[in-house]
Design a protein around this ligand. Structure first.
Ligand code: ADP
Length: 649
């Protein structure tokens, strides 16, 4: 096929422009990105070669870096998997995930000052970072297992050209025509041996493939054996000697003793596997020896990935068998509620030829998963105890995902100890369930909570009045997933979690409770007929009218039975399935000490048929709904009734 010119896809060119015009000074990261791509290509080749015999034509598998100071070019060459013509066009002309919802949302948020590192991190466009330092890039690549090579050339100005090329083995050679050196703008002399050595060491030391740098030295012809002895003044004749020197230590970082690895080294490795551009929030390293051996290195990213709550979010750990990468995202090693964790598991004991299906059934894989979970929970528990502020910052990033784990009965107990909530005790600080229990009143048996949309909304709820009066703490569960959380987290350390909006709440000591209940029963007897009337009027909407133990100021509120669904949960389910779910009837509670009750009772005794009583009943129901943030059943009729009442003398 002959030469063809293509246009970059719009999004690709947009990102490319941002990258090229970036004022960001750490431009040297382009080399890390190109080495990282080469390393991935070698990983892929090694993996494919497990099943395709003869695929590897040349060994050793390696990355070669070669600078030409005169021509001002820098070349990065790998004998990895390579790319076919189609793959080159696809991989270097478009952007993975572009067109997805998460992608376009992210692109819309982009700020002009976004650093190239954050562009790379968010869009996976590491290759393009080379345009920060190069005015022209040429890629020559041959896919392993094929014979044709392809050349891709671009100046990053909207177009790229693709043509046939020659390459003797599989792999990819990327040649950068370097821009002029401009130290002030991060453009070091990337042909200088010293600079290249430093960059490779700094960012890519852990790469498991050799990174060989071409070194040219002037050496005396025939060696320097007579050095120092010869007093002859004429300088010895020299020749240019070319050597390839491996710069990186190649040691798999996960097998190294954590005390010997610096935070910077871990951070660079983390960036390599995660596409993140910042150091991780936490690093966890562990190993298992004995009958079943493995090493693991886990990271909690400092910021949650933007697609954490999208269904298309890909997660998992990198699985290696004896340093050979077998899978980039192995989901079996992580439960989905730890989907934010990045990292590596390497086991020499697993078979190199494992497939996803076999791994799913492998008991060893589930035992690694159990250990991963334990390590993460232990780390978080320790942080929770010893570094409260850090834990809170973790919780703010990942608390919502962690809550999902409480559905997993095997880990629910430990996870419950890690939960944090807002509460009536603090203005903004968070509290754990254990801390709540410590503050419980001596006679208090249950842990009380209220669910709602925001702190402001729940704080105003009439359901809290008696609790406030008795100074009993109530947890504010204001995250939408909390409705689901409390449907299965029903107790903690033997104490039941109880909604303030459900069932009877009788607060105080045993005697106080009894006395209050007696008094209420007596009072209810006096209002029996009126309550029957209200029930009849509102029968469509409520299942019971009763006197309230939880109201102090408000006239009315709506509550559920212990086993009823909360209104928030009902709303959630209604949204989730459009099916016609029958509306639940709730209980209308009336404040026994409120003037409205006395007033209605008086009217009722005088004229039981008075039409105004029906209006009152509907208005009570409407008020109760409004107070909990819902709409009255018929808002128009509700306002009409209010207006009429206002016109009465
Ligand atoms: P990313 O590496 O994050 O996917 P890049 O823009 O750096 O994004 O690279 C795009 C794609 O191009 C890679 O996913 C890979 O498929 C391909 N690619 C890049 N460099 C090489 C290489 N040296 N060998 C083989 N394929 C490569």
């Amino acid at each position: 096929m002959s030469a063809q010119t293509y246009e970059f896809k719009t999004e690709a060119q947009q990102l490319l422009d941002l990258m090229i015009h970036s004022l960001y000074s750490t431009k040297e990261i382009f080399l890390r990105e190109l080495i990282s791509n080469a390393s991935d290509a070698l990983d892929k080749l090694r993996f494919e070669a497990l099943t395709v015999e003869g695929l590897i034509e040349r060994e050793p598998l390696e990355i070669k870096i070669e600078a030409d100071a005169e021509a001002r070019t820098l070349t990065i060459d790998d004998n990895g998997i390579g790319m076919s013509r189609e793959e080159i066009i696809e991989n270097l002309g478009t952007i993975a995930h572009s067109g997805t919802k998460a992608f376009s949302e992210k692109l819309a948020e982009l700020k002009a000052e976004s650093s190239p590192e954050s562009l790379i991190g968010q869009f996976g466009v590491g290759f393009y970072s080379a345009f920060m330092v190069a005015s022209e890039i040429t890629v020559i690549s041959r896919r392993a297992g094929t014979t044709e090579a392809t050349r891709w050339t671009s100046r990053g100005d909207g177009q790229f050209e693709v043509d046939e090329a020659e390459r003797s083995d599989h792999g990819t050679r990327i040649t950068l025509k370097l821009r002029d050196t401009d130290e002030d703008n991060g453009l070091a002399d990337f042909t200088a041996e010293y600079t290249l050595r430093q960059i490779i060491k700094k960012y890519s030391d852990f790469v498991t493939w050799p990174i060989a740098l071409k070194i040219e030295r002037q050496e005396p012809i025939g060696g320097a054996e007579d050095e120092g002895e010869d007093e002859d003044e004429t300088p010895p004749e020299t020749e240019t000697v070319v050597k390839w020197e491996v710069i990186n230590s190649q040691k798999a970082i996960w097998t190294r003793n954590p005390s010997e690895v610096t935070a910077e080294e871990y951070a660079e490795f983390y960036k390599h596997i995660s596409m993140d551009w910042e150091a991780p929030f936490e690093t966890i390293s562990f190993k298992s020896e004995g009958t079943f051996e493995y090493h693991s290195l886990l990271f909690i990213p400092d910021r949650p990935p933007f697609d954490l709550f999208y269904r298309e979010h890909k997660y998992g750990l990198r699985l290696y068998v004896n340093r050979v990468l077998i899978m980039e995202n192995n989901e079996e090693l992580l439960p989905d509620w730890l989907r934010f964790i990045k990292g590596v598991v390497d086991s020499p004991d697993l078979s190199l030829n494992v497939s996803r299906e076999i791994l799913q059934k492998d008991r060893r894989v589930s035992s690694i998963q159990a250990r991963v979970i334990k390590k993460v929970i232990d780390t978080l528990s320790k942080m929770h105890k010893e570094e409260r502020d850090r834990y809170i910052s973790f919780w703010e990033k990942y608390g919502r995902v962690l809550k999902e784990g409480t559905t997993d009965y095997k880990h629910a107990d430990k996870l419950k100890g890690l939960l944090l909530f807002q509460s009536s005790h603090h203005d903004s600080e968070l509290t754990s369930l254990a801390e709540y229990i410590e503050r419980m009143k001596p006679e208090q048996e249950d842990i009380y909570f209220i669910t709602g949309e925001s702190r402001a909304a729940v704080e105003r709820s009439p359901h809290l009045e008696a609790f406030r009066d008795k100074e009993i703490e109530v947890l504010y569960l204001i995250d939408p997933v909390d409705e689901i959380l409390v449907s299965h987290v029903t107790e903690f350390e033997g104490k039941a979690l109880k909604s303030v909006g459900k069932g009877d709440v009788e607060l105080g000591s045993e005697e106080e409770k009894k006395a209050a209940e007696e008094a209420r029963k007596e009072k209810a007897q006096a209002h029996k007929d009126l309550f029957e009337f209200i029930q009849k009027t509102l029968d469509e909407h409520i299942k019971e009218v009763r006197l309230s133990a939880r109201l102090k100021d408000s006239a009315v509120c709506l509550v559920g039975d212990d086993q009823d669904m909360s209104p928030g949960m009902e709303r959630l389910l209604r949204q989730a399935n459009a099916m016609n779910m029958p509306k639940q009837k709730r209980i209308l509670e009336i404040n026994p000490g409120h003037g409205i009750l006395t007033r209605m009772q008086a009217i009722f005794e005088l004229t039981p048929e008075a039409p105004v009583l029906e209006d009152y009943a509907h208005l009570l129901h409407g008020q109760a709904l409004i107070a909990e943030g819902s709409m009255p059943v018929d808002p128009v009729a509700f306002s009409k009734r209010v207006a009429e009442l206002m016109l009465k003398d």
